[in-house]
Design a protein around this ligand. Structure first.
Ligand code: IFM
Length: 722
């Protein structure tokens, strides 16, 4: 089995399987992603191509990535009969995602209802060399020994696609010129213009070409005869530009298309493969002794890569990237806490852009703080282009259908510290002083300012509290002194003081400007020191056990044994209100604090908290982003078999649709957590002043773990063998 391949040989077309595999077989290049639907179509399919940062308005959720007219369709008719997988007879089938080369391929042996046998091979890719280009090569071989077959191949755009039930695009114009047909569309509310151009050629001179103009499905058609045992191959090339790229996207698309067309499919394929080769040379992780892990880790890296633009700081990586409609393309702490390390250590320019995006949305974060009566910058829980809060006020519970109010936009405030945390990490990993001076310092100081105004001072015991929040464990709302939130707020303030000292030393003028802009008076800085010293982070002074929030220890014990074999989360079982009565966590909360602020806690403290919280966390059906993340702490504590078990849960979240929601898109935070589990967990990588250390914690079957990473511009190589 090729360890670069994800493949299936069985076609299971239950809607759930169909849609989860559409997510799994997504191709992309950071500018766009296209779900793994079939060129020939299938009833109930969810075709989607989402473009980085191309949004349109939607009720309740504010705005969402707008599914563009589908560029995939290629319909095949043999003797007038249409090929589709739900028709005729499937004799053999193989679909493969070749992650090494960024290719999606299918080989299909098909028999039509009239008994004609065909071998159909289809390859598609989203060019990594020119991110505006998508390509399909489509071959049909006749297995009919006696007669010529009459073949029709129809390549089109399909505008009749939406985000579930909502159509975002309106056709503005459509025409063809020279070898190209083109379609111009505009989003209904945000007025983004999109130009898509298409060429379609065959290698059979006897086939005749015809352009079919249409506002709904403009197409290029080939008609011809296929001799017994002969093959016809057709190549579809599509170019996409929007008004976010260029003021005249159509002219630009046509110009690009001419160049690409002149070079041809083969040349495009070669450049694309070279680009993937370059990426994998730096980003691959080699695992020997565990094929499932090897493939899943590559899959996670593949997903992280295809969902992040190399050169566009106007948007970030959404919770589901561009792989599905889940969470509407909104950005959460998933990016900064879970995915970010992969980018910082592997593609630092992307990491920088992710932070520049947060820098550009500082004005909206300041406004949010101000509207809530606070100083500084309060980042939104869900963010899109402008950085305005995009969390919907209510949703339908995905598991039990309850309509539930969503309070996270106002209460899940720890995200501001998460963004500061990623900013600091970026600096530690890359040593990019100019970034810290010009952008990062302002993010860290502005979020610190928010915390200093958000805490409440208690005069009687001279302490500070943060009340009425939701911590990372989102099953408990309106809690006071969530250990994670308070611990990270303290960290944010500490680092702000350190960063200011650094800027004062390195760039005094910039420091003066920041002091003035943010009103960083001596008195204010003293108050920050005071908060750092006195903020409540509930912890037993004797044994080091944190209390997740005030009163958590007094909640009811949940007898988990009673729910063995469940197929839904505890929140799904108890409902949003009642789950709050129980001492159970949706996801890493205290344990996330101990992992992120690794160096602040000793092993004993980590062990005590692990023993308490690990058994009361819903690793099966809570959030997908933490099982793999828990691996880091498990490894540090020498709990390798638990680590291996958690790791597998993370690895298979989407490949096996473990939580039933892969149809809505790939869990990108989980992909990031899988990467972190390997690097910080099993390899134990930690940066130290001017170098790094590793601590080997390989799972039982692993015989080798090798990877490289960038630290302050130097490439370092780690090769652990057993
Ligand atoms: O950000 C996460 C959160 O931590 C858990 N619920 C899903 C969100 C989006 O992935």
């Amino acid at each position: 089995m090729n360890l670069w391949h994800i493949s299936d040989k069985n076609v299971n077309f239950s809607p759930d399987k169909l849609h989860s595999q559409e997510s799994v077989y997504t191709i992309g290049n950071g500018y766009f992603c296209t779900r793994g639907t079939f060129e020939e179509g299938y009833p109930g399919a969810n075709p989607a191509t989402l473009l980085y940062g191309v949004f349109d308005k939607v009720a309740i959720a504010g705005e969402e990535l707008a599914n563009v007219p589908d560029w995939l369709p290629v319909q095949l008719f043999v003797n007038g009969e249409r090929f589709r997988l739900d028709r005729g007879r499937l004799l053999a089938y193989q679909r493969t995602l070749d992650m090494e080369h960024g290719l999606l391929q299918r080989t299909i042996h098909w028999e039509s209802t009239t008994g004609i046998r065909l071998l159909i091979t289809i390859e598609r890719f989203a060019s990594l060399a020119d991110v505006h280009v998508g390509l399909i090569r489509y071959s049909v071989t006749s297995e009919h020994a006696k007669h010529d077959l009459s073949i029709e191949l129809l390549a089109s755009f399909n505008t009749a696609v939406g985000n579930s039930n909502l159509m975002h695009w309106e056709t503005v114009a459509q025409d063809h010129q020279d070898s190209f047909t083109w379609l111009k569309s505009v989003t209904r509310s945000s007025s983004v213009e999109l130009a898509q151009t298409m060429s379609f050629v065959t290698n059979s001179p006897d086939f005749t070409q015809e352009f079919c103009d249409s506002d709904i499905a403009p197409a290029i058609r080939f008609l011809g005869k296929l001799a017994p045992r002969a093959t016809v191959t057709a190549e579809k090339i599509v170019v996409m530009y929007t008004s976010r790229d260029n003021p005249d996207p159509l002219a630009h698309a046509l110009e690009t298309h001419e160049k690409v067309f002149a070079q041809g499919y083969g040349a495009q394929l070669a450049q694309h493969q070279q680009a993937w080769h370059g990426f994998w040379q730096d980003a691959d992780i080699l695992i020997e002794g565990d094929d499932t892990a090897q493939r899943a880790v590559r899959y996670s890296i593949y997903q992280l890569r295809i969902n992040a633009a190399l050169h566009d700081p106007r948007y970030s990586v959404a919770a589901k990237g561009m792989t599905g409609f889940g969470y509407h393309g909104h950005i959460f702490h998933d990016t900064e806490i879970f995915m970010f390390p992969f980018f910082a250590y592997t593609l630092p320019d992307v990491a920088r852009n992710l932070l520049i995006y947060r820098y550009h949305t500082l004005p909206a974060a300041r406004k949010k703080a101000q509207q809530n009566g606070y100083a500084g910058a309060q980042y939104p829980w869900e963010s899109t282009l402008s950085g305005v809060e995009m969390t919907p006020s209510a949703i339908v519970h995905p598991e039990n259908g309850e309509i539930i109010p969503v309070l996270n936009g106002s209460l899940e405030i720890h995200i501001s510290a998460s963004i500061a945390y990623a900013t600091w990490q970026y600096w530690v990993v890359t040593g990019d002083d100019a970034f810290l001076r010009d952008y990062g310092a302002e993010i860290i100081l502005s979020t610190a300012l928010f915390w200093s105004s958000r805490v409440e001072k208690h005069l009687e015991n001279q302490s500070y509290e943060i009340t009425n929040v939701i911590g990372p464990d989102e099953w408990h709302e309106h809690v006071n002194n969530n250990a994670f939130t308070n611990g990270m707020a303290r960290w944010n303030l500490q680092k702000a003081l350190a960063v200011l000292t650094w800027v004062q030393h390195e760039a005094p003028e910039k420091a003066r400007a920041l002091e003035q802009q943010l009103d960083l008076t001596a008195q204010r800085l003293d108050s920050w020191q005071d908060i750092v010293k006195r903020i409540e982070v509930p912890q037993d002074a004797q044994n080091g056990l944190f209390e997740q929030f005030d009163g958590f220890f007094k909640l009811k014990t949940l007898d988990q044994e009673q729910y063995a074999g469940r197929t839904t989360s505890y929140q799904g079982i108890f409902g949003v209100k009642d789950i709050q009565k129980y001492r159970i966590s949706k996801q890493a909360d205290v344990l996330m604090l101990l992992t992120l602020l690794d160096q602040e806690f000793d092993l004993k403290t980590k062990g005590v908290n692990w023993d308490y919280y690990y058994p009361i966390t819903d690793h099966e059906y809570g959030s997908s982003l933490t099982p793999a993340f828990h691996v880091i702490l498990a490894c540090e504590l020498g709990k390798i078999s638990e680590a291996a078990d958690l790791f597998l849960k993370g690895c298979l979240v989407d490949l096996k649709n473990l939580r039933g929601n892969t149809p809505e898109g790939i869990h990108l935070a989980c992909c990031g957590a899988v990467w972190q589990a390997v690097i910080f967990g099993f390899a134990g990588l930690r940066l130290i002043d001017d170098g790094y250390t590793t601590a080997e914690h390989l799972p039982a079957t692993w015989t080798r773990l090798a990877f490289s990473f960038l630290h302050k511009g130097h490439r370092e190589y780690v090769d652990i063998r057993r």
